[in-house]
Ligand binder design. Structure first.
Ligand SMILES: NC(=O)c1ccc[n+]([C@@H]2O[C@H](COP(=O)([O-])OP(=O)(O)OC[C@H]3O[C@@H](n4cnc5c(N)ncnc54)[C@H](OP(=O)(O)O)[C@@H]3O)[C@@H](O)[C@H]2O)c1
Length: 354
């Protein structure tokens, strides 16, 4: 048996309990969890039941790093390998969740931790890098040619005559973890003009990552619109990735009035699609989900490339604050930090430390 932190009731405090150590099937590995990074969707899971639904009791934690303790003979990994990977909050059981001492990962959505990096650094990537990879390179996202050795999408009309250098994207919420990864991935893909709406205090940081223009998110909507219009010389935007908004009217208003604009959102898009029908009937609004299923068939190629991108300095690790042990009070505090959308240093929990 092992210790785990459970969501037993939606909206109620977490509880500490025990459960059996899950055994890996073909394609999976069992890991001793050294670090699991809490993210906003964990807070929405606890508060609103996001992803959990009726599957109570459930366990939070989708960003997972640890040591392999059991791998089927056909696995690309060996016992003792230090890996990081994407858990699965939609798995029928909580086996692929991080707030427990031992968890399972899909081998295809995991990679070895590159030399010189720690589990706490590498857990900053799984969900957020998958999400921004999906937004930029999946055909349900912008469908840009990915900086990866897999066949590039050809079916997209949008990409006929595509020229990365001449392409402009807007990342709304460039100061968020997903936003920063989007800026870095866009730079890696050679996108020539990366505009972002973020706090002006982040100007230097985001320019370093690859942003060309930082528009202050604390300005009035009219001032933001005017500044963006000036940057794009009066043309509307064709590619907008909104990492932070729940209400998309403003984002939609920034899309080009004519042509096939694309707005990608990380929050449910039904309402945004309704608004877009009225304001920008030719535009496409798409909800992006940072899961392995969403980026198929490219999940393996992505996970093969991710450690190299980090090692070569193309993607920066995020900051974390460590929570030692399955300390319910400290975990609740870390989750509470995401409730108002302000800047927080996310908590990396070490389930195996007392
Ligand atoms: N659909 C999915 O699969 C998926 C995956 C990952 C994340 N998400 C969602 O994406 C959102 C961001 O996640 P995260 O982990 O990256 O969050 P985070 O790092 O905690 O983001 C916090 C930052 O967001 C920025 N921000 C907040 N409100 C903003 C606004 N109105 N305009 C511009 N910037 C704003 C602030 O940046 P400044 O410091 O610049 O003010 C703040 O520092 C969350 O709601 C999360 O649930 C969804």
């Amino acid at each position: 048996m092992q210790q785990a932190v459970f969501v037993t009731d939606i909206g109620k405090p977490l509880t500490l309990g025990t459960r059996a150590i899950p055994e890996p099937k073909e394609g999976e590995v069992q890991i001793k969890v050294l670090s699991t990074l809490l993210a906003p969707h964990d807070t929405y899971g606890l508060d609103l039941g996001l992803f959990i639904g009726e599957r109570l009791p459930f366990i939070l934690g989708t960003n997972i790093a640890g040591t392999i303790t059991s791998a089927p003979p056909t696995s690309p990994f060996n016992n003792g390998d230090l890996v990081f990977g994407l858990g699965d909050p939609l798995h029928p059981t909580p086996d692929m969740s991080g707030l427990q001492q031992y968890a399972l990962l899909n081998a295809e959505s995991s990679a070895k931790i590159p030399e010189g990096f720690t589990p706490d650094e590498m857990v900053t990537f799984p969900v957020n890098a998958t999400t921004s990879f999906a937004a930029l390179f999946d055909m349900k996202g912008f469908g840009f040619p990915a900086p990866l050795p897999f066949p590039q999408p050809t079916e997209s009309k949008e990409l006929q005559g595509f020229n990365a250098k001449k392409t402009t994207i807007l990342v709304i919420g460039g100061g968020s973890a997903v936003g920063k990864l989007a800026i870095q991935l866009a730079k890696l893909a050679g996108i020539g003009n990366i505009i972002t709406i973020a706090s002006s205090s982040r100007t230097e940081e985001l320019k370093q990552l690859g942003a060309s223009h930082i528009v202050d998110r604390h300005a009035t909507p009219e001032a933001i619109q005017a500044e963006i219009r000036e940057i794009v010389r009066g043309e509307g935007l064709r590619y907008i990735y909104d990492c932070v908004s729940w209400d998309h009217e403003f984002s939609i208003s920034l899309l080009a009035e004519k042509g096939e604009g694309v707005l990608l959102t990380l929050h449910p898009a039904e309402k945004a699609q309704e608004v877009a029908k009225k304001l920008r009937p030719e535009a496409r609004v798409q909800f992006i989900l940072g899961t392995a299923a969403f980026i198929q068939p490219h999940a393996k190629a992505f996970w093969d490339a991710l450690p190299t991108w980090v090692k070569e300095g193309n993607l920066n690790v995020g900051k974390v604050r460590v929570v030692e042990g399955l300390d319910l009070k400290a975990i609740e505090e870390a989750l509470a930090g995401f409730r108002d959308g302000s800047a927080v240093v996310p908590g990396a929990v070490h389930p195996n430390c007392a």
